[in-house]
Each structure stands twice: as C-alpha cells, then as structure tokens.
Design a protein around this ligand. Structure first.
Ligand SMILES: NC(=O)c1ccc[n+]([C@@H]2O[C@H](COP(=O)([O-])OP(=O)(O)OC[C@H]3O[C@@H](n4cnc5c(N)ncnc54)[C@H](O)[C@@H]3O)[C@@H](O)[C@H]2O)c1
Length: 398
C-alpha cells in the first residue's frame, strides 16, 4: 500500500496565477503556501486594512489592492483564494466567477443553502472551478486513511469516532464570530472540519444526524461544545465531539503536536487568561488583526510544520482493523498488533498545499475536485442540521 500522494505527470501548463482576497489569518497563511507551490505563483492580493496591505507590499512583488474588484479585473490573475469573513463568501465567489476566475473559498462555504446554490450556479455559468477549503479533510494522513479504506484490505468502513478539545472560544475574535446567526461559534468554524473529514472518508451520503450543543460561558455567547451522531446511507455511522473551552486539550493524546503539525507545550487555560486581559472588544479586535493578520506575531505562516497536521483524534473502524492518525502517519490496529504507515512530509505546508494541488489538478489537468461546491454544500447542510437538531432535541433527516 502506498502511503503518499500518487505522482502527478509534470504539468505542461504554466503556473496558475493566484490572488488572495483577505490578508487575515487564513489568507496570510495561504500567501506563503502559494509562494512555495511548484505549480502556482502569487499574483496579488486584496485587503481593506492598510497596515496588512503595507506588510504584504513589503514582502512581495505582487500588487495589493484595497478592494476585491481591482484584483479581479486583472488579466494576470487566473484564480483567487477567498479568505474573507463568512458573510462575504457568497458575493465574493459570485463576483470572482463573473470575472472568469477559478476559485478556492474558505470554509464554511456559506451560511445558507440558498447561498451555496448561488455560488455553485455562478461557477457553472461562468465555467470556472470552485473548491471549498481548507478543511482538515485535505490532510495527507486523512487521504492515506481514505486510500487504505478504499483498498478493502481491512474490510468495510463501519464506524468513525472523532474528538477535538481546543482553546477556540478564547482566541481573539471579531464580534460576529461570537454570534451564531452570523456564523459564529464552533458549528460553522470548527465542526465543519470534522464533518468534511468523515464525509470524505465514508464517501456515502449523510442520511440523518442527532446533535446536542452547549454554551458554557455566557461571556462567549455562542456554541462552544457539541456532540453529534451521524448516520450514513451505506450503514456507516460516526460520532463527533468538539469542545473549545481551553481546558482539556486533545493535543495531549497526539504527543503534543498541534493542529498545524508543530510541536507545542501544554498550556491549559493560558488562552483564556490572555483574553481576560483585553479591556474591551475593540482592543480584542485590534489584537486579532495585528497578531493574526499578515505578518503578525501569532500568524501561523511564521511556523514551519515538522509533523502532519490533524484535527484532534480520529479513529476509523473497519471490519478488520482500526485506523488512527499519528503525528507522522496512520496507525493500523488489528489482530496482528499495531503498525504505522508513514506519511512522509512533502515540500510545502501539508493540508493547505493539498488545496492548491486540487485546484491545479482541476484547472491544469481537468481532474474533478473532491471538495467541489456540491460536496461543501453537504457540510453546510449538516452544520445547519446540527443547530436544528440541538434546538429541537430530535433527529434531523437530511
Ligand atoms: N481552514 C481553516 O483552517 C481556516 C482558518 C482560519 C480561518 N478560516 C476561514 O477563513 C475566513 C477568514 O477567516 P480569518 O480567520 O482569516 O478572518 P480574519 O478576520 O483574520 O481575516 C479576514 C480578512 O478579510 C478582510 N476583508 C474583509 N472584507 C474584505 C473585502 N471586501 N475584500 C478583501 N478583504 C476583505 C478583512 O479585513 C480581514 O483582514 C473565514 O471564512 C474562516 O472560516 C479557515
């Protein structure tokens, strides 16, 4: 069984020229990924914050604009990576499609199914590729799990278990990130990683789900923990738990390798204590832009992963073996004991480079993307169903 991505034929096409829309936390990270990618070049950026534009301009030759349309009007931009806040995803995707640009839009795709439909229709109408990511379903070790499951060596996939305990709620936030109706909280920001991943592994349609959610701290008035049971059409089922209250931390079960593949130390409660030092929401917002935006001291772009990324603990139980992500591969537990299938580090940033691979494969080689608009719509549908199930305390049929 191969443990790495299938080799691609060298592309005949010139590199894909990609612009980045939004130079906040997600956009800043993707700038470095585009710069390091063999089949892409950084073609520009759009960002309303002047300080972030200045930092970008100091590091890069590519032009940077205060508005998205100036970027989209350029002929030397083939594709855009849209990393603006959720509420802009629909309009920015439709606009990009109208300008003939291929698109990667960050998760969540949108906050309603009607918006997802409008985005899918715009991409189809203008014949451009639409991919939604990054989510952790792009992680190389998740893909290896998917290949192992598809090989049939361990029998049929029967059950998936996922748990992630983090400090999500207390990281510096924009006000809308704490308002569920505006896409705040874990249901639209964190749980989609888990849902995407189990949907990617099962390859089956989600039939129904039953969920319960909690708001444990009234100072952060949006869902911060959740358990959900998902029932798939092919008989596979999954249970997922997420908690973002900065207490227990599942990185402890992952050898203190953090989500991005960086070694880290235990720091229970440190994010909460740091947040409690902000005098007001304005100070918190300013810290979010300065620290997490392009060139900021806490921007993940400054850290180089040395292990595979992950999103907590994930176990896939097949008829004859359990598979689990490890920091450097996939562990296979069976009657023969346990063995590790290594997932070698490739150049670039695992997970996010894979998003660009999928975009380049689609645009340059005509390969249908796995994480297209229709797939991502299914994850939005599940997030909305989780909210409904929790509110009505019943199973929701999809
Ligand atoms: N996949 C992941 O792991 C991951 C991680 C973080 C964020 N995200 C997603 O990325 C998106 C952005 O989140 P973030 O944490 O980077 O937020 P952020 O606030 O750090 O960054 C968003 C940036 O977009 C800019 N912006 C707003 N309107 C704009 C416009 N019209 N044109 C250009 N730029 C504009 C803002 O000024 C800001 O700098 C969200 O949808 C979020 O869910 C995904």
């Amino acid at each position: 069984m191969r443990a790495s991505r299938p080799e691609q034929a060298p592309p005949a096409a010139p590199p894909l020229r990609i612009g980045v829309v939004g130079l906040g936390m997600a956009g800043a990270l993707m700038v470095s990924v585009i710069r390091d990618h063999a089949r892409a070049v950084l073609a520009g950026a759009a960002e309303p914050h002047e300080s972030l534009r200045q930092r970008f301009a100091a590091d890069n030759e590519a032009p940077v604009f205060a508005d998205i349309e100036s970027l989209l009007r350029r002929d030397d931009v083939d594709a855009v990576y849209i990393a603006t806040p959720h509420q802009f995803h629909r309009d920015h995707v439709v606009l990009a499609a109208e300008h003939g640009k291929h698109i990667v839009v960050e998760k969540p795709m949108a906050l309603s199914l009607a918006d997802c439909d409008a985005m899918i229709a715009a991409a189809e109408r203008h014949k451009v590729t639409l991919i939604v990511g990054h989510t952790h379903s792009f992680d190389p070790s998740v893909r290896v799990m998917r290949e192992l499951i598809a090989s049939g060596e361990y029998g049929k996939l029967m059950m998936l278990s996922g748990a992630n305990y983090t400090d999500f709620l207390y990281r510096p936030r924009r006000p809308e990130e704490l308002d569920t109706a505006k896409g705040g909280g874990i249901l639209f920001n964190q749980v989609p990683h888990q849902i995407d991943t189990v949907r990617y592994l099962t390859r089956s349609r989600l039939r129904s789900l039953r969920a319960a959610t909690g708001i444990l701290d009234p100072r952060r008035p949006t869902e911060g923990n959740c358990s959900v049971f998902l029932d798939f059409e092919d008989g596979c089922f999954a249970s997922l738990t997420y908690s973002g209250y900065d207490r227990f931390d599942t990185d402890e079960w992952h050898g203190w390798v953090g989500e991005g593949g960086y070694p880290r130390k235990a720091a229970h409660g440190a994010t909460t204590r740091s947040w409690e030092n902000f005098k007001n929401p304005e100070e918190e917002l300013a810290a979010r832009v300065e620290r997490f935006g392009y060139g900021g001291s806490a921007a993940p772009a400054s850290r180089i992963p040395v292990h595979q990324p992950h999103f907590g603990v994930l176990i896939a139980s097949c008829e004859k073996a359990d598979l689990r992500q490890s920091p450097d591969g996939v562990l296979v537990y069976s009657r023969d004991g346990v063995k590790e299938i290594p997932v070698p580090m490739r150049p670039g940033r695992p997970g996010r480079s894979d998003v660009l691979d999928e975009l380049c494969d689609a645009v340059q080689c005509g390969v249908a993307p796995a994480h297209d608009g229709a797939f991502a719509r299914g994850t939005v549908e599940a997030s909305l169903a989780i909210l409904k199930s929790a509110q009505e305390r019943r199973e929701v049929i999809l």
